[in-house]
Design a protein around this ligand. Structure first.
Ligand code: PBG
Length: 339
């Protein structure tokens, strides 16, 4: 018996905690975590940051509280942020001529953040129309309201990306899932003299139920009397890995600098494939529903929150992610140190 087991004794290596730690092959680092921020313009009327339901420690910031939050986060070692701005007014975006959108509100927030923190804080900015449109879709609808118009939407996304880059964003990150937007946005950035601005594509974004808490935070759920009630005609079907790989290859070819898979844990197989097949830095978004699920269970005493978050980040790192976008980034250093 002893002979048979000799070659299979894995437990021997787990006995000593120091050795066991030393042998770890995938350890997430605090400096690869990116913190999302939500900021509403003052016209919205709230003077204090508002807690986001389900996302402990995450707020819908005011312009002033945003600066204070980033200042505190820098002290906690956070150097990477992803900003979700909101317009002062929503636009009617259905049919007819190109609608006018308010990209200036977010551009103003970007300018303030960069003026204050400069190169100490790497600021990526989400580019999408879902919090700008009165119907909540990620683009401009046809007159009939039954389809998101691809090219009319891409024109607006390119304008938004150029405005954010000119305001000083280090990186623009389109999350809309239209076809051809990476090429159009790269051209708009270069045309605006922003050759240095990084383009991070939400290349592989699935049509997921795990975005629930986010849509409350960003006020971006499809709403009203619409024929199109969800985002299935532009986001990737969770059952279609082939579509995911096609999007990944296309966005890499169109010039994305960093590519992303989103959500994280339910799509680890896709992430691992992307990393193996496409030689680009890969980011992964641990989305609101993934983060909130852990927080809710922790609150019920059903699991240890910090350890569970670190376990998720470990899995995402093991699958090959270089960058992890997570609502827990601001606690990252503390949680990882106590590991
Ligand atoms: C907007 C956008 C979404 C997220 C990031 N950008 C939501 C959506 O597609 O409805 C999700 C982020 C999260 O759930 O944490 N296009």
């Amino acid at each position: 018996m002893a002979d048979l087991r000799a070659g299979l004794n894995q437990r021997r290596l787990r006995l000593n905690p120091a050795l066991s730690r030393a042998l770890r092959s995938s350890v997430p680092r605090a400096d690869q975590l990116m913190q999302p921020y939500f900021v509403a313009p003052l016209s919205e009327g709230h003077r204090e940051p508002l807690a986001v339901p389900g996302l402990t420690g995450v707020y819908r910031e005011t312009p002033d509280s945003l600066l204070k939050r980033i200042e505190g986060d820098l002290e906690r070692g956070v150097r990477l942020g992803l900003l979700f701005g909101m317009p002062a007014r929503k636009s009617q975006a259905q049919g007819g001529a190109d609608p006018r959108f308010d990209f200036d509100s977010t551009a103003g927030q970007i300018r303030r953040v960069k003026e204050r923190f400069g190169a100490d804080f790497f600021l990526a900015v989400d580019v999408c129309l879902c919090s700008h449109t009165d119907h909540g879709h990620c683009g401009v609808l046809t007159l009939e309201g039954d389809h998101v118009e691809n090219d009319a939407t891409v024109r607006q996304l390119a304008a938004a990306a150029a405005a954010y880059a000119q305001a000083g964003a280090d990186c623009v990150a389109p999350s809309d899932m239209m076809d051809g937007r990476i090429k159009a946005i790269r051209a708009a950035l270069d045309g605006a003299g922003r050759e240095q601005t990084i383009l991070m594509s939400y290349a592989v974004k699935f049509h997921s139920r795990f975005y629930g808490p986010f849509r409350v935070a960003a006020d971006s759920a499809p709403k009203g009397e619409l024929k199109l009630t969800d985002r299935a005609t532009y986001q990737i079907d969770p059952a279609n890995a082939r579509d995911a790989m096609a999007c990944a290859r296309r966005d890499a070819a169109e010039g994305a600098d960093i590519l992303m898979v989103k959500p994280g844990l339910p799509y680890l197989d896709v992430l691992a494939r992307c990393v193996a097949e496409i030689e680009k830095p890969w980011a992964v978004y641990e989305v609101s529903g993934e983060y909130a699920a852990i927080e809710l269970m922790a609150r019920e005493g059903l699991m240890k929150g910090p350890e569970a978050h670190v376990e998720s980040w470990t899995a995402l790192t093991r699958a090959g992610a270089s960058l992890i976008i997570t609502y827990g980034a601001r606690q990252g250093r503390e949680w990882l140190e106590n590991l």
